[in-house]
Design a protein around this ligand. Structure first.
Ligand code: NDP
Length: 399
């Protein structure tokens, strides 16, 4: 069917690339382009021999001209951005320049401020419309599948959704006292930021980790979870009409929180550059360098993730609740694609998002969040490509 240019070759990209190679009818040719070409070549040598033709390239995704040249040479149908959120706008600029569709998994963040919002990317709406190309934002699990779950609930089960609770549980154990399951810099910026939720048309801000709940997760068991700000709240508040409250909770173990507090207290999570032996370093970037590489956690992580959404609302005038979620086993993921479940649950929807655009199943000029398209083909693809989902019409609710 076509060609995809995949930017980045870290934990998430590795899973998405494995999945593209399992799907050669759609992904006839891929190019893996990243900052460190050796990583792209190593993955290529693991995967070649299948039907998907693989090329590799070195690229600095912050250099729009260099990237545009690469796109012009390879002529992909879609650019799948699996680098870091800092690169989003540069890659969108290169897509505009070359008129190629764009997909990512995380919203843009400036390097010097831990600020998570869609305004920067939504500002590309008119330019993408004029260029006649599609930008699909946030095609990971959360955001991504959680947004598709919301569209599915709205389409099939509710006349009006009034409340959404997104629950992200990682019951996995990697055996280290402290490590993060995806890029440590991005992960720590996210969890050390202030929490917030959407209620009655405006944001309510909380101190980091100030709101805690306990939930009994199917397949995992009882876990502490904490309210965080999360990017899909912003787009769901726009796109799910009438919604009155949206919250996002993520589970954390006590050891993770104690380490994080200590690192914060000594200044290691700061993103303000400091002088160190004659050079400027960012403490959080230095911390990333000494923490275990998330890609190395695969073989040692056991247990399961459970991520999903609980909806409350009305159907035919009667109150209704609905919970839809996926359970994913770290070791099964490792056996299949050599990665743990966090990369897997992000990489699979990234491949599916790219596939939706390549097959024309989702199309239209402009910048879109996942819940704006028909959820049914994506939901079908989740089951087919390794992330089957379960439904519960009488779930325990979060108070
Ligand atoms: P990694 O750090 O493992 O991988 C990032 C990759 O991007 C690396 O290969 C890195 O190169 C490459 N890269 C970084 N900067 C550049 C650049 N300027 N030019 C070219 N390549 C670059 O991150 P993850 O795989 O864990 O995460 C990838 C993305 O997925 C992130 O945006 C993250 O926020 C998102 N994510 C989304 C989730 C969701 O559910 N929506 C969940 C988890 C992650 P090098 O190898 O040289 O370092």
């Amino acid at each position: 069917m076509g060609k995809a240019l995949i930017i980045g070759c870290g934990g998430v990209a590795s899973v998405a690339i494995h999945k593209c190679c399992q799907n050669p009818e759609v992904f006839e040719e891929i190019m893996i382009a990243s900052r460190t070409k050796e990583k792209c070549d190593a993955l290529k040598s693991k995967l070649q021999g299948g039907k998907t033709k693989i090329e590799t390239a070195q690229v600095d995704a912050d250099n729009v001209d260099e990237l545009a040249k690469l796109i012009e040479g390879f002529k992909p149908d879609v650019v799948l951005n699996l680098a870091l959120p800092y690169q989003d706008l540069h890659i969108m600029d290169a897509c505009l320049k070359t008129k190629v569709n764009y997909v990512d998994t995380a919203n843009y963040e400036p390097t010097d401020t831990a600020k998570f919002e869609y305004s920067w990317q939504w500002a590309y709406q008119d330019r993408f419309k004029e260029a006649g190309i599609t930008a699909l934002l946030g095609s990971g699990f959360d955001p991504g599948v959680t947004s598709v779950f919301a569209a599915y609930a709205q389409k099939h089960y509710f006349d009006e959704i009034t409340e959404i609770d997104i629950l992200d549980c990682n019951g996995g154990d990697h055996g280290y006292p402290f490590a993060t399951n995806f890029n440590p810099e991005i992960n720590i910026r996210e969890v050390s930021a202030k929490g917030s939720y959407w209620e009655h048309g405006h944001w309510v801000e909380t101190e980091p980790m100030a709101i805690k709940r306990v939930y009994d997760f199917d397949g995992v068991g009882v876990k502490d979870m904490y309210l965080l700000h999360h990017e899909e709240i912003e787009s769901l508040a726009n796109n799910i009409k009438g919604v009155q409250r949206i919250r996002f909770f993520m589970t954390f173990g006590q050891s993770y929180l104690t380490h994080l507090k200590c690192l914060e207290n000594v200044g290691m999570t700061s993103i303000k550059p400091i002088d160190f032996q004659g050079q400027k370093i960012v403490p959080l970037q230095f911390l990333k360098a000494v923490l275990p590489d998330p890609a190395s956690l695969g073989p040692r992580t056991v247990g399961k993730t459970n991520i999903g959404c609980i909806f409350k609302g009305y159907k035919d005038g009667k109150p209704r609740t609905y919970y839809v979620y996926n359970i994913c086993d770290h070791q099964e993921c490792y056996r299949e694609v050599n990665s743990q479940a966090i990369s897997y649950t992000t990489g699979v929807p990234a491949m599916i998002g790219a596939m939706m655009l390549m097959t024309g199943t989702w199309k239209g000029p402009g910048v879109f969040n996942m819940e704006e398209f028909d959820p049914d083909p994506f939901m079908e693809a989740l089951t087919k490509w390794g992330l089957p989902w379960k439904e519960d019409f009488d779930p325990a609710l979060v108070d």
